[in-house]
Design a protein around this ligand. Structure first.
Ligand code: CP
Ligand code: NVA
Length: 300
């Protein structure tokens, strides 16, 4: 079996490759010609075990725009959902398509699947990481403010899959990352162990947001944690991005959120819909960043 290049974590990229993907995404966004069809005849299988709007639409539209096809496979309708072994499923699906995108719960599901896949596997979110979102977030920052290397990013809220991918991005792109979480919701040691002093943990949001160039947050309750919702609402009630928090950051600071967002919980409507918020540019950039990623993985 040929050894494929996978994108399961940002750590599968070198710093130079990450920067090249960001540059390519910006260029694809600005010079999109319908004649550019590098993925003609290529198929992407998309396995979704969790809900999605942005990820599904951006991968499907991205494949179509580059001349290829995308197949939506829900675990409800495939044999994967009825317990067909992962290894068998990976061998079969990868024998028929050119790339496989997976959104699931357990990160080990993707790493095991990738072991048996003869084509590239893309992590479209697990409980541990969400690397595709970081491609779009970083593209957005570079487009609007230039290189992020010397900047300070402030993460507010849960030490979750998005926060973990921000830690990986900080190490690859060289920015400082202040993480403000309640003490029981810090990022996992497994991820923190690859970080250095550029990544700092705080309990106070105002301290973490001080002089930040980018403030980022995410939902308090991620997919799969619905039964913890009430407990989380209590734990995170002081972890809201509001105008007081934005005022601690630098004047030209941006606000990002991977979406979907809950106005009045992790972010006020005022910030979400205010002039520092770039959440809809960020969402659109999922399309451009993933087109760059698909081109990189499928065409080499
Ligand atoms: N941000 C993000 O991944 O959105 P979806 O869950 O809608 O795909
Ligand atoms: N942390 C969120 C991100 C959604 C895109 C979740 O995992 O549900």
């Amino acid at each position: 079996m040929t050894q494929s290049r996978h994108f399961i974590s940002l750590q599968d990229l070198s710093s130079d490759e990450f920067r090249a993907l960001i540059a390519r995404a910006i260029s694809l966004k600005n010079n999109c010609s319908p004649e550019f069809q590098p993925l003609k005849g290529k198929t992407l299988a998309m396995i979704f075990e969790k809900s999605s709007t942005r990820t599904r639409v951006s991968f499907e539209a991205g494949m179509a725009q580059m001349g290829g096809n995308a197949l939506f496979l829900s675990s409800r309708d495939t044999q994967l959902g009825r317990g067909e072994p992962l290894a068998d499923s990976a061998k079969v699906i990868s024998s028929m398509v050119d790339c496989i995108m997976i959104r699931t719960f357990d990160h080990a599901m993707i790493t095991s699947f990738a072991q048996y896949s003869s084509v590239p596997v893309i992590n479209a979110l697990t409980d541990l990481l969400h690397p595709c979102q970081l491609l779009a977030d970083m593209q957005t920052y570079f487009e609007l403010r230039g290189d992020i290397a010397t900047k300070t990013v402030c993460w507010v809220g849960d030490g979750n899959n998005m926060c973990h991918s921000y830690i990986n991005a900080a190490m690859l792109l060289g920015f400082k990352l202040n993480i403000a979480t309640p003490k029981d919701y810090q990022p996992l040691d497994l991820i923190l162990k690859s970080a250095d002093e550029r990544v700092q943990l705080f309990n106070s949001v105002t301290e973490a947001a001080n002089n930040a160039d980018l403030i980022v947050t995410d939902v308090w309750t991620s997919m799969g944690q619905e039964q913890e919702q009430q407990k989380r609402e209590q734990a995170f009630k002081n972890y809201q991005v509001n105008s007081e928090i934005m005022a601690k950051a630098n004047k030209d600071a941006l606000f990002m959120h991977c979406l979907p967002a809950h106005r009045g919980e992790e972010v006020t409507a005022e910030v979400m819909d205010g002039n520092q918020s770039v959440v809809f540019i960020e969402a659109e950039n999922r399309l451009h960043a993933q087109k760059a990623l698909l081109e990189f993985l499928i065409c080499g």
